[in-house]
Design a protein around this ligand. Sequence first.
Ligand SMILES: Nc1ncnc2c1ncn2[C@@H]1O[C@H](COP(=O)(O)OP(=O)(O)OP(=O)(O)O)[C@@H](O)[C@H]1O
Ligand SMILES: [Mg+2]
Length: 238
Amino acid sequence: MAQTLLKVSGLKVAYGGIQAVKGVDFEVHEGELVSLIGSNGAGKTTTMKAITGTLPPLEGQIEFMGKPTKGRGAWDLVKEGLVMVPEGRGVFTRMTITENLQIGAYVRNDKAGIAADIEKVFGIFPRLKERATQLAGTMSGGEQQMLAMGRALMARPKVLLMDEPTMGLSPIMCDKIFEVVQEVHNQGVTILLVEQNASRALQLADRGYVMESGLISMSGDAKVMLNDPKVRAAYLGE
Ligand SMILES: Nc1ncnc2c1ncn2[C@@H]1O[C@H](COP(=O)(O)OP(=O)(O)OP(=O)(O)O)[C@@H](O)[C@H]1O
Ligand SMILES: [Mg+2]
């Protein structure tokens, strides 16, 4: 069995007195693409923020590569390969595309490797290469999503967490993003994908988890879940 890269046990997260995540367990193994689906407000983003060290858990444990993340800052975790593409992209709007990509490599200091990886990102997203000197804030939503993914790749992720990468994008741009998610996964990056488009997410994934009101309500093989009448009724619009 492949190594467990990410293990979340009994995770609870609260905002003030309100618990958004109420005791969640799941795992991501090396080489997997795992989808986390569930309706608005279920606690998906909160879970991801706890994993990446940007929100402190109330209770529970998160292990990355066999070691608890507790006490390690977000920066250290990125350096070790736990990298997130945040909901809403979060690109630096007043910086150029190239500068945004360089910032993605802030945890590294191998100059030649960074330059080579920028070229690699440009290979995946030719659109970014064409616009290398354009300010990120003037790019379309889809282009900004490409940039956010490219920036995350610059940190050389072992596990890439993606929070709703296709939100608000046109069908063609969604196709492109899903294609790249698949491509990045094929290159050996382990992925935890949060998606509104449950059907597409489960088609890409090895395994899936459904989150409802702060808890995991279903989990299993993604293809089995795709054909599960309960999942289809609740999340695939049938
Ligand atoms: N900063 C915050 N302060 C207070 N409550 C918050 C905060 N962020 C999120 N919440 C609440 O926590 C719950 C879970 O939110 P979260 O953003 O994790 O959901 P989600 O599953 O990512 O939803 P979506 O699919 O809409 O992105 C929601 O009820 C939300 O209102
Ligand atoms: Mg969210």
